[in-house]
Write a protein that binds this ligand. Structure first.
Ligand code: SF4
Length: 289
């Protein structure tokens, strides 16, 4: 059976920033080959959390295993030659990760949250030939004032807290709620029946551990303070995804005519755009058949 085009939030937003970038990333499967500490840190935190959340027990053993998983992933990246960049040393990042896991564990244990899904991959058809897809970091439930709340969570590892306004309007979270309201989610998660759906960020704010600066509190876990998406937000989201899909498929946009525009400065594909040659910092990942 012929499958429709699958589009995720990162692909849709990348198509709007630069259709050429979406083509490199999603059609050619190109990725940066140099390990960036911030990225590896985020990956190690996500993996360690998944480890803890799948168990759903909040025992001390579970915390110890998650910490072990974090250290193993982060050290493996170091052994492959990852070097410090930015404001934190690799030792700082390793300490921060372990502190974050302890803080998160204490919060989740206190609330006795119940995990309904971890790294949950869902799809939902938008129209013929266009399927939206996403992988949700974590879905949990708890009871409040007699209601069952189901919270859709994205883990973040920022250098400072996101504003409430940003979280309230983030398209990626809107996409996650859209997926959780679809038939596939309802079939896979019976607890959704009659529950109130909310979305939020689970933030692991990076700050240097042991800093003596008066305003430095060290690493901080900010638990989700979830909000629900309105009907208008859902409609805007669907319009955006449809438009991004059309834009990306227009032949004229496949050639970058703006290789020196502001958004190109930090782009991993800049050299390829400018010289037309594949730099050794990029690698093509094997694409799924
Ligand atoms: S360098 Fe600029 S034009 Fe090229 S892919 Fe990146 S953002 Fe697009």
């Amino acid at each position: 059976m012929k499958q429709g085009h699958r589009i995720s939030w990162s692909e849709a937003s990348s198509a709007f920033t630069c259709p050429k970038k979406a083509e490199y990333s999603y059609d050619a499967g190109l990725r940066p080959v140099v390990a960036a500490p911030a990225l590896e840190y985020g990956t190690a935190i996500h993996e360690a959390l998944a480890h803890m959340l799948i168990e759903d027990s909040w025992s001390d053993d579970c915390l110890a295993e998650a910490k072990h998983a974090f250290t193993a992933i982060f050290r493996e990246a170091r052994e492959k030659g990852m070097e410090a960049s930015g404001r934190y040393s690799l030792e700082d990042l390793e300490k921060m990760g372990l502190i974050h896991l302890e803080q998160f564990h204490a919060w989740a244990k206190g609330l006795q949250v119940r995990t309904l899904g971890v790294e949950l991959y869902l799809t939902r058809r938008i129209e013929k030939g266009l399927v939206y897809s996403g992988q949700i970091d974590w879905v949990y439930s708890y009871r409040q004032w007699g209601r069952r709340i189901v919270v859709i969570v994205d883990h973040k590892t920022p250098a400072r807290a996101y504003s409430d306004a940003f979280i309230a309007n983030d398209g990626q979270l809107t996409g996650y709620q859209f997926l959780m309201e679809g038939d596939e989610a309802k079939e896979r998660i019976p607890e959704l029946e009659g529950a109130t759906l909310m979305v939020g960020y689970n933030q692991f704010i990076k700050r240097k551990p042991g800093s003596t600066r008066a305003n430095a509190k060290g690493p901080e876990h900010v638990p989700p303070s979830p909000v629900s998406r309105s009907v208008e937000q859902m409609e805007e989201f669907i319009t955006f995804v449809k438009a991004a899909n059309q834009l990306r498929r227009m032949p004229g946009f496949r050639f970058a005519g703006h290789g020196f525009a502001a958004h190109c400065d930090m782009c991993d594909f800049r050299e390829l755009c400018i010289t037309g040659e594949m730099p050794d910092t990029l690698v093509a990942k094997q694409k799924a058949a």
